[in-house]
Design a binder for this molecule. Structure first.
Ligand code: AMP
Length: 215
């Protein structure tokens, strides 16, 4: 099973991708996670990407295209499916992905779009925290103790990502509207696009996605 999960930042792509990855036993490929991990390890790619990510801007299509091609080729050659989260983010990347799919003979991926309005996104991302130990992403409204990571139990490790500061969030939403949203138009007659309301509770969003997939 090959799934692409798409939507503005803060629509819950990562959360749903993790759930679906477990359910279908397929790897969750998050381009944002790959870049953050590279930055943490101080690789040349990571150092270059970190400054761009902190401003909420996009890493170049060439770099991202190469990274995704290499990653998907690995999984496809193992006969596994995947869930891709965070790519494509430009029409150029959408074309690159189409070429990768042709090369790997992937014909009918599920293309799921999560829909949430801007006001809700800003509110969600402002109260979002990441754990510096396990990388979990949590919302302060959903946890009992803001000092303890609910995933790994570490204390004092939850922090606000630089790209979740309000001015950066606004920049990310602008970039989404201008550069990422047009991907949907590019794909509209190439894939069946499944739209799912992202403002329902997490388990309802999951079951709506599953209903669409089962159909
Ligand atoms: P995310 O965790 O998906 O919100 O990604 C965090 C940041 O990583 C983005 O704001 C971009 O700076 C960078 N990034 C992730 N995926 C891509 C991509 N496909 N193209 C360009 N930049 C990306």
């Amino acid at each position: 099973m090959q799934i692409v999960i798409f939507g503005a930042p803060g629509t819950g792509k990562g959360t749903q991708a993790k759930i679906l990855s477990k359910k279908f036993d397929i790897p969750h490929i998050s381009t944002g996670d790959i870049l953050r991990d590279s930055a943490k390890r101080g690789t040349p790619l990571g150092m270059k990407a970190k400054e761009i990510m902190d401003r909420g801007e996009l890493v170049s299509d060439d770099l991202m295209g190469g990274l995704v091609k290499e990653t998907l080729e690995n999984f496809a050659s193992n006969g596994h499916g995947f869930i891709l989260d965070g790519f494509p983010r430009t029409v150029n990347q959408a074309e690159i992905l189409l070429n990768i799919f042709n090369l790997l003979k992937i014909e009918n991926p599920y293309f799921i779009v999560l829909k949430v309005d801007d006001e809700e996104i800003i509110s969600r991302l402002s109260s979002r925290r990441a754990c510096s130990v396990c990388g979990a992403i949590v919302n302060l409204h959903d946890i009992e103790d803001p000092k303890v990571c609910p995933n790994c139990g570490s204390v004092g490790t939850l922090y606000k990502r630089k790209d979740d500061e309000e001015n950066v969030i606004k920049n990310r939403l602008k970039i989404y509207r201008e550069s990422t949203f047009p991907v949907l138009d590019f794909y509209k007659d190439k894939f069946k696009i499944i739209y799912v309301k992202g403002t329902d509770p997490i388990d309802v969003v999951t079951s709506n996605i599953l209903k669409e997939i089962e159909e």
